[in-house]
Ligand binder design. Structure first.
Ligand SMILES: Nc1ncnc2c1ncn2[C@@H]1O[C@H](COP(=O)(O)OP(=O)(O)OP(=O)(O)O)[C@@H](O)[C@H]1O
Ligand SMILES: [Mg+2]
Length: 283
């Protein structure tokens, strides 16, 4: 468990995102509040279509436009006062939804990074892993020795032969190795927040566990905050400090993981829990 400092790293208030027509909008995210504190793993759970991914994308104003519109709310990003490489901007207490596109580009990657279910959608098949991770470093962290940093990152995500992995093309790596490379790419700019949207769904169970263990380890070693989106309450039980449950675009329940999973208050959370064959008991 983490102790929470007073100021959250990210503070989301009354966030609303609509799709469809203005007259009859689909309220994909409907007045959502949530916070992520430094060094915390926060899970966002809920059934398909409940608004998890759109909420997460809105954190960096990445809602797909023009289909989607952020129609209200606030996303404040607090600075950790951490020393960043030269060239990166300081984003103390930023209102993300009001940033200009040049400021948003600096925020994305440098402060908040995303990994998704399918590494194949984020890794470019025609460039080596090393080149792609290096590109992120070149863009956001001027003055860093790129090759050394690439190998350091690949080591930190548990790839046993980082020099070889750096020279590999994505198709030459297994699914688990690709996901590790994706995580290395996400970490390349030294973000404060990693958003992991169903990061292990495409992987088999043992590799799933390794990737989740890696995320927990990165939280510890780098003080990374992680927003973990998942359908899987077993994963939540094992990994998350706190959990928010979403249904129909709204947060219907939140709290520390143990409390929410052991004594759910909301009918929807109870229903989600009933759908899980068996949860691991925590000692
Ligand atoms: N590109 C889009 N065009 C129109 N509507 C969309 C689009 N993307 C999302 N939506 C709407 O937003 C809602 C929430 O979508 P979101 O992707 O956040 O769901 P989710 O909780 O991440 O689901 P899943 O678990 O399946 O990934 C959807 O039910 C849909 O109505
Ligand atoms: Mg989703």
């Amino acid at each position: 468990m983490t102790t929470q400092p007073e100021q959250p790293l990210v503070d989301v208030q009354s966030l609303s995102v609509h799709f469809g027509s203005v007259a009859e909008p689909v309220r994909a995210v409907d007045g959502v509040d949530f916070q992520i504190f430094s060094g915390e793993i926060v899970a966002l759970v809920g059934e398909s279509g409940s608004g998890k991914s759109i909420s997460a994308l809105a954190l960096a104003k990445l809602v797909p436009e023009p289909a989607g519109r952020i129609v209200g709310g606030s996303v404040r990003f607090q600075s950790l006062e951490k020393q960043k490489g030269a060239g990166s901007a300081c984003f103390q207490g930023l209102e993300v939804l009001k940033l200009k596109s040049s400021e948003l580009r600096k925020l994305r990657g440098a402060r908040i990074a995303y990994i998704f279910q399918e590494p194949a959608t984020s890794l470019n098949p025609v460039f080596t892993i090393g080149w792609q991770i290096g590109e992120a470093i070149r863009l956001h962290r001027k003055g860093v020795h790129v090759k050394q940093e690439v190998e350091k990152l690949l080591t930190s995500v548990g790839l046993p032969d980082p020099a070889r992995a750096a020279q590999a093309y994505p198709h030459e790596l297994s699914g688990g190795m690709q996901q590790r490379a994706m995580i290395a790419m996400a970490l390349a700019c030294n973000p404060d927040l990693l958003v992991a949207d169903e990061p292990t769904t495409a992987l088999d169970v043992t590799v799933q566990k390794q990737i989740l263990d890696l995320l927990v380890e990165l939280r510890k070693t780098r003080g990374l905050s992680i927003l973990l989106i998942t359908h899987n309450l077993g994963i939540v039980a094992n990994v998350a400090d706190r959990v928010y449950v979403m249904n129909n675009g709204k947060i219907v329940e939140s709290g520390d993981t143990r409390t929410v999973l052991l004594t759910p208050q909301h009918d929807y959370t109870k229903k989600l829990l009933k759908a899980v064959p068996r949860l691991h008991k925590t000692a």
